[in-house]
Ligand binder design. Structure first.
Ligand SMILES: NC(=O)c1ccc[n+]([C@@H]2O[C@H](COP(=O)([O-])OP(=O)(O)OC[C@H]3O[C@@H](n4cnc5c(N)ncnc54)[C@H](O)[C@@H]3O)[C@@H](O)[C@H]2O)c1
Ligand SMILES: [Zn+2]
Length: 667
């Protein structure tokens, strides 16, 4: 291949990876490999400037803008960062800075490189007016409503000495705890898990429904202040002042006077960063003085006064021994690689997920291959690629099975879905056992003393094939079981008995309707009050329930139309489970709000929504569901529905804040 062909090939290849990375949040190669290819292209371009293509990834910021949001032109371009992977490249950077500044003294500020999405927040007269993504660096998506759901982001800056208009930038992220909760919820309802917090964050910030974004408890670390006239002399000053103003500046930054101190910072955080509430993938080293930054300037893609040092993502090579196929509660089939144990980032890895059939095809796996496993931002290690240099002849190709490995039923793959699943809901053992495990979990029927092994045993003995069978269990049935002492038998039966007191919303979650997670079950329970009303509801009626969309509505309708499910519910009913919603008893506190009507919208600092409702009713007020001309007050929280606000304004309904509501109570 001649240099021009090579440049063409690399350009196409890198643009392809970038497209996947930014638009579909998937990576076909590791970031390290991507950056190596980019460096190779950049080197070739320097040698052959005539062949540089217009669409070269070396001089463009990677993202794009999407159709779903209004696009906004940045007042100051939002650039990327140059990156390095080793101390030598870092020393080279330092050398360039030193030369560029003609040996003047200088300082660096080191920060962690937070692994999320870059956000830009505009303030006018102290008020947050816009939140914008980086996009292609010149224009980004206006995602103001979503950005406003970030609790740590002040919506209003009171300080007097601020410019009329200014901008702060930072990294929006999904805290690891939110990420884990979200995946737990998805697991509960049999949905595909999200790969890593960064993808989850970039997907979440681009959602249309900011109510859903609010629930995901996103956060943002602020690391940059911008205004037309520079008001700070150094980056350090700006960080201190922004913190003072109430912005969420991570306290992890440090001033360094030379590259040795920078290296010490890098070493310190290499291990320490794993204790932070979010993923980080490196360190950002920035020149402290703004005047000196001006001197060094920018390339088309990144500032010359800053650089990112990326921690090499830990990767190991090991033998692929076999692939097993796990069947989930909802019939999802997940291929899992069984590996020769290998040490990776301090833990021994024996298994790695391969996600689905597409991934098997992409990797082109053979049993006996040596594969690279990486932990990256992911919780479960994954196979990134095959070490082809070690591939032997006559290996057996890994082929995704056509039949369920547990029950033999032909697998199904719905159009447009990546996953295969086993449709034999009623007869496939792991699906049956999975449903029972789902049913007894703490958030559902909370039956203590029943573990996976016991369920397995009960199932094998033909004692329990459905959660409903639990309620038919008798002392005598369990008496003959090996290893069961009288005491544990009694405990199990007691636990089953106690579950009859569990509130309807938890029972509804426990019965395991597809896509009905704990929160959705709660919404449905309080809307319909009992299971019969819900079972009779049409798709249209279900869509009236707050936050219930097409997919859930359809799944609920399908569930209740199925004769087996009807019998299942009937059995649970006759066992005495609660199928009626018991409204919380309201304890009267006073009558300050007597005769007044309220609609609640958004989220609140001092109350959960339900508590706010109780508070209003306890003080004699009435809560309505929709805004009308007769309504007295709309209590608007931090992400109040725009349509409700608009309607209230039109109809002249008084809109009050949470604080104003609290003051009303104090009168
Ligand atoms: N694997 C793939 O297929 C693939 C494809 C495309 C890009 N990538 C990866 O993405 C990288 C390019 O992404 P990029 O352009 O967003 O660059 P980048 O993520 O390497 O660096 C720039 C970004 O860092 C973030 N950042 C975090 N903490 C910061 C701090 N303290 N100060 C300043 N900025 C901070 C900002 O969001 C900024 O936009 C590549 O180097 C590559 O590793 C991978
Ligand atoms: Zn099966």
């Amino acid at each position: 291949m001649n240099p021009q062909e090579q440049i063409n090939q690399l350009t196409d290849q890198l643009n392809h990876y970038s497209f996947l990375y930014y638009q579909t949040a998937t990576s076909e190669i590791s970031d390290f490999e991507f950056d190596k290819l980019l460096e190779k292209l950049s080197d070739l371009e320097k040698l052959h400037p005539d062949f540089v293509r217009e669409d070269s990834p070396t001089h463009r910021v990677g993202g794009t803008i999407s159709k779903e949001f209004e696009s906004v032109t940045h007042r100051f371009p939002m650039l990327s960062l140059g990156n390095t992977y080793n101390a030598q490249e870092l020393a080279d950077f330092d050398e360039r800075v030193r030369k560029g500044l003609n040996d003047e003294p200088y300082e660096y500020i080191c920060e962690l490189k937070f692994d999320g999405v870059a956000l830009s927040m505009w303030f006018e007269n102290g008020v947050l007016t816009r939140g914008v993504t980086r996009g292609d660096g010149v224009r980004g998506d206006d995602i103001t409503a979503n950005v406003k759901t970030i609790r740590t982001l002040p919506l209003n800056i009171k300080a007097k000495n601020m410019p009329v208009s200014f901008e702060v930038r930072g990294e929006g992220f999904m805290p690891l705890s939110s990420f884990e909760n979200l995946n737990k919820e998805r697991e509960d309802i049999g949905e595909q898990l999200l790969a890593n917090p960064r993808n989850a964050a970039s997907g979440t910030f681009k959602m249309q429904d900011s109510g859903v974004v609010a629930k995901r408890k996103m956060d943002c670390y602020i690391y940059q202040f911008l205004s037309e006239n520079e008001i700070f002399a150094t980056h350090e000053e700006s960080l201190i002042e922004m913190k003072e103003l109430g912005f969420n500046v991570s306290p992890t930054w440090k001033k360094c006077h030379n590259i040795e101190e920078v290296l010490a910072f890098i070493n310190h955080w290499d291990t320490e960063r794993h204790n932070l509430p979010l993923n980080t993938d490196g360190i950002v080293i920035k020149l402290n003085s703004f005047a000196q930054r001006e001197v060094l300037g920018y390339t088309a893609k990144s500032p010359r006064w800053a650089i990112a040092y990326k921690y090499p993502s830990e990767s190991a090579s090991t033998l692929l021994e076999s692939v097993s196929y796990q069947v989930g509660r909802t019939g999802n089939i997940t291929p899992v690689a069984n590996l020769k144990p290998v040490l990776l980032a301090g833990t021994t890895v024996k298994r790695a997920s391969i996600h689905n059939a597409n991934e098997i095809e992409r990797l082109d796996l053979y049993l006996g291959d040596y594969v690279f496993v990486e932990k990256g931002g992911e919780i479960i290690p994954k196979i990134t690629n095959v070490d082809l240099s070690k591939r032997k002849d006559n290996l057996e190709k890994v082929i995704f099975p056509e039949n369920c490995p547990e029950c033999g039923t032909s697998l199904i793959r719905k159009e447009g879905e990546a996953n295969h699943y086993c449709p034999n809901e009623k007869g496939c053992p792991p699906q049956i056992k999975g449903k029972i495990e789902h049913f007894i979990q703490r958030k559902a029927l909370n039956i203590e003393n029943l573990g996976t092994e016991t369920i397995d045993l009960f199932y094998k003995r033909g004692l329990v094939k459905s959660p409903a069978d639990l309620y038919d269990l008798k002392r005598e049935d369990l008496g003959g079981l090996e290893g069961f002492k009288e005491k544990s038998i009694q405990n199990i039966l007691k636990g089953v008995e106690k579950s009859k007191e569990i509130p309807f919303k938890q029972v509804l979650f426990g019965i395991g309707i597809r896509f009905v997670g704990a929160t959705v079950a709660e919404k449905l329970a309080s809307y319909f009050n009992n299971i019969d009303a819900m079972a009779k509801a049409t798709q249209e009626e279900l869509l009236q329930v707050p936050e219930i969309g097409e997919r859930i509505a359809q799944s609920v309708v399908d569930f209740f139309q199925n004769a087996d499910n009807q019998e299942y519910i009937a059995r649970l009913k006759s066992a005495g489970l609660k199928f009626t919603h018991e409204a919380i008893e309201i304890v009267v506190e006073g009558d300050t709000l007597a005769g007044k009507t309220f609609v609640i919208s958004g989220t609140f600092q001092n109350f959960e929504r339900d508590d706010l409702k109780i508070k209003i009713e306890a003080n004699g007020g009435k809560v309505l569901s929709g805004v009308s001309g007769k309504l007295n007050y709309l209590v608007a929280g931090s992400e109040a529905g725009p349509s409700k606000l608009e309607k209230a304004q039109k109809l002249g309904v008084q809109i009050i804040s949470e604080e104003e509501f609290i003051t009303m109570l104090e009168v």
